[in-house]
Design a protein around this ligand. Structure first.
Ligand code: NAD
Length: 654
């Protein structure tokens, strides 16, 4: 078998070319090939510089997933990088696509780096519960300022080629032919002394003691109980006062420690779950309709966010509102989102102008006669939605797909009210829709394969994580949320107070507690939903009316300055003894003997309720797998990613 590492010669420059499709993973044959190339070029007296470059769509991705869980076969990656560093001639990494994790560490073993202008660089190991394992924490802070190395390693977020150039991670940006530019670059350095290997250098701009304390504090509060960012931070900081050899040994120890930690296992589980849940076997061979023009009905919170999401994906959008004033407000909302994307540097002025010009608005449904895909985001009211779908039925072309963003309503009933139920589907986005990646794709009973395939492809085009779900009250996520909210409300009557439940959830790793979250969403929303269900509720079912009473006191949550908490400054929740008294009074009224609950007891109740509802959802075929449920809860409901999800947790604790 041919080696995936080939050497070509161009005068005094050797070009070491990696070709290991699909992503040039650092398989054993690649590792061995690089070490052999170092030996060959070291001994070839004609060669004075070496370019390391990859074929295909990207520079070397990290480790080869096929080798996971197998005994490692030498040479190991750290040794390959040490060999590169110790090479007698200068090595130039010529990078395109992504240089993440092991790929970036290989580039750090080289003496120079040049990159195509679209390259992304990062050390994403923390996202899998790990830290870099091949010298990243030692070499990166010796090349770029400590603050930048620290941020990349502890956040796991990638940076652009332009940023990488500005911090000194790359020596040159290539705007054209990468190999040709690398060859020209080689000419400019060939007569210069070989730069010191990174591990022979000092850490650049190390943190002061005060900076260390401040940085550790920030990382720890952002990590919310996740171990890897904290260990990454500690490793980098320790490396400031260690030589490279000791730093590499420390990094290795910490890497191995994290690798076997349950957090890393949970993070690996959810990583693979996210890559599997969008696959639907039954439509494997169905060709999706092309989607270029999208109609959005309703320009409120969700409609505007969905419209922005479509525009950011390069689609044309026509927004339909009920009157001119609502339309103007809706269009303004979209513009505000695009402006904030521009301010945050996510899009350029030119992109902003293009996206803005791709947006049009109208009050007449006829404007959607050429739309390929329509998403309805009007009020959560079946009669209003049915009226909209009847108008859409008449206005759109026969192969247009009609989607609803309903949170709870019966999508089968809505589909059945149209002339073509087979093209009606649910697309449940999350707020803010231009930021949240999750979309539940609700498969109505009669939906056609083509409508399903087109919806999945459309969600992918918006760079969303699409999770198929069946029709039921609340689909996967909101149904589970209703179940654990019910469990938490029982706890209020049984002995816990809102701030205690919220504190337990936050110390478990949630960004926000359930009651803070309800205050943020507005207690009017839950109140209206409960009234909708009054008629069908089993009168014997335990019903907690604390939230109703709080709402009836004129406390609708944060927007009215009070809900479960008081908000004196409009945003910080303050524990309110008046609410405690109300809750304790309710327990007395129902003759419940209140018993205090520990954080562990509270969380056992909440996770237990989530997992039980999850099992019901699986039995009813609403979700395809426990993974689908975990992906929804982690990506839409703040379930701590490093705990895998409620189904994963229930399985671990079984
Ligand atoms: P919203 O009140 O902010 O916006 C609704 C918009 O629809 C308003 O601008 C209104 O003028 C417009 N509208 C009403 N009737 C119309 C009609 N007949 N024709 C055209 N436009 C009409 O509501 P929202 O929060 O954006 O929610 C919209 C939908 O999305 C609801 O079904 C809701 O359940 C669902 N949803 C909301 C959230 C959320 O967090 N807000 C999350 C997921 C799903």
């Amino acid at each position: 078998m041919n080696s995936p590492v080939q050497i070509k010669y161009d005068g005094a420059v050797a070009v070491v070319q990696i070709d290991n499709p699909p992503v040039n993973a650092l398989s054993q044959s690649v590792r061995a090939g690089i070490v052999a190339a170092v030996e060959q070029t070291d001994t070839n007296t004609d060669i004075r510089a070496i370019i390391l470059i990859c074929n295909g769509s990207t520079f070397m991705a990290g480790a080869d997933v096929k080798e996971f869980g197998k005994p490692p076969v030498p040479p190991l990656l750290p040794d390959v990088i040490t060999a590169l560093e110790a090479a007698q001639k200068p090595w130039i990494a010529a990078i395109h696509g992504t240089a993440l994790g092991g790929g970036l560490e290989v580039a750090l073993g080289c003496h120079y780096r040049i990159a195509a202008n679209s390259t992304k660089f990062g050390l994403p190991e923390v996202n899998l519960g790990l830290i870099p394992g091949a010298g990243g924490t030692v070499r990166l802070p010796r090349l770029v300022p400590m603050a930048e190395a620290f941020s990349m390693t502890t956040s796991g977020k990638p940076i652009s080629a332009a940023e990488a150039h500005s911090i000194g991670l790359v020596d040159m940006i290539s705007d054209g032919d990468l190999l040709r530019d690398a060859l020209s670059f080689a000419e400019t350095i060939i007569d210069q002394p070989k730069p010191d290997a990174l591990s022979a250098r000092q850490v650049k701009n190390p943190f002061s003691d005060d900076e260390i304390q401040a940085q550790l504090k920030t990382v720890s509060s952002k990590a919310r109980g996740q171990l890897s960012p904290k260990i990454a931070a500690e490793t980098l900081i320790a490396n400031q006062s260690l030589d490279a050899e000791a730093g590499l040994a420390l990094e290795r120890d910490n890497f191995l420690r994290l690798k076997d930690d349950p957090q890393s296992e949970a993070l690996r589980y959810i990583f693979f779950a996210e890559r599997s849940v969008s696959k639907i076997g039954s439509i494997k061979n169905t060709v999706a309709n092309p989607v270029e023009k999208v109609g959005i009905i309703g320009g409120g919170t969700m409609g505007a966010g969905i419209a922005a999401s479509c525009l950011l994906a390069g689609l044309n959008v026509t927004m339909i509102e009920r009157d001119a004033a609502s339309l103007a407000a809706g269009v303004k909302r979209v513009e505000t989102i695009l402006q904030s994307s521009m301010k945050r540097g996510l899009i350029s002025q030119a992109q902003y102008d293009t996206f803005n010009s791709n947006l049009s608005g109208n009050t007449q449904f006829e404007e959607l006669s050429d739309a390929d895909f329509v998403i309805e985001a009007v009020f959560e009211d079946m009669a209003v939605k049915k009226d909209v779908f009847a108008k859409l039925d008449a206005a759109v072309k026969p192969d247009a797909i009609l989607a609803s963003n309903t949170s709870y309503l019966d999508m089968n009933e809505l589909a059945a009210a149209t002339a073509h139920p087979e093209r009606v589907i649910g697309l449940h986005f999350f707020s803010p829709a231009h930021i949240m990646k999750l979309v539940e794709v609700i498969r109505t009973d009669q939906v056609s394969d083509i409508a399903l395939a087109t919806s999945m492809a459309f969600a992918k085009k918006l760079r969303k994580l699409a999770v198929p779900a069946g029709v039921c009250d609340g689909f996967i996520g909101n149904r589970i949320m209703s179940a654990y909210r019910r469990a938490a409300e029982y706890m209020l009557e049984d002995g816990a107070l809102p701030h205690e439940i919220d504190a337990a959830m936050k110390s478990y790793g949630f960004a926000m507690g359930l009651f803070e979250m309800q205050d943020l969403a507005g207690l009017d929303i839950g109140y209206a939903m409960r009234r909708r269900k009054d008629a069908t509720r089993d009168p014997h079912e335990r019903y907690v009316d604390i939230a109703d009473k709080i709402y009836n006191m004129g406390r609708s949550g944060r927007k009215t300055g009070a809900g479960f908490y008081r908000y004196e400054d409009g945003k910080t929740p303050r524990h309110d003894p008046e609410i405690d008294a109300l809750i304790i009074g309710e327990s007395e009224r129902k003759e419940i003997d209140r018993k205090p609950m520990s954080h562990d007891e509270i969380m056992a109740g909440i996770i237990g309720a989530m997992a039980q509802e999850g099992r019901d959802i699986l039995n009813e075929n609403i979700a395809a797998s426990p993974q689908s449920i975990d992906v929804v809860m982690v990506n839409g409901y703040g379930f701590p990613r490093w705990r895998g999800g409620p189904m994963y947790q229930a399985e671990q604790n079984a």
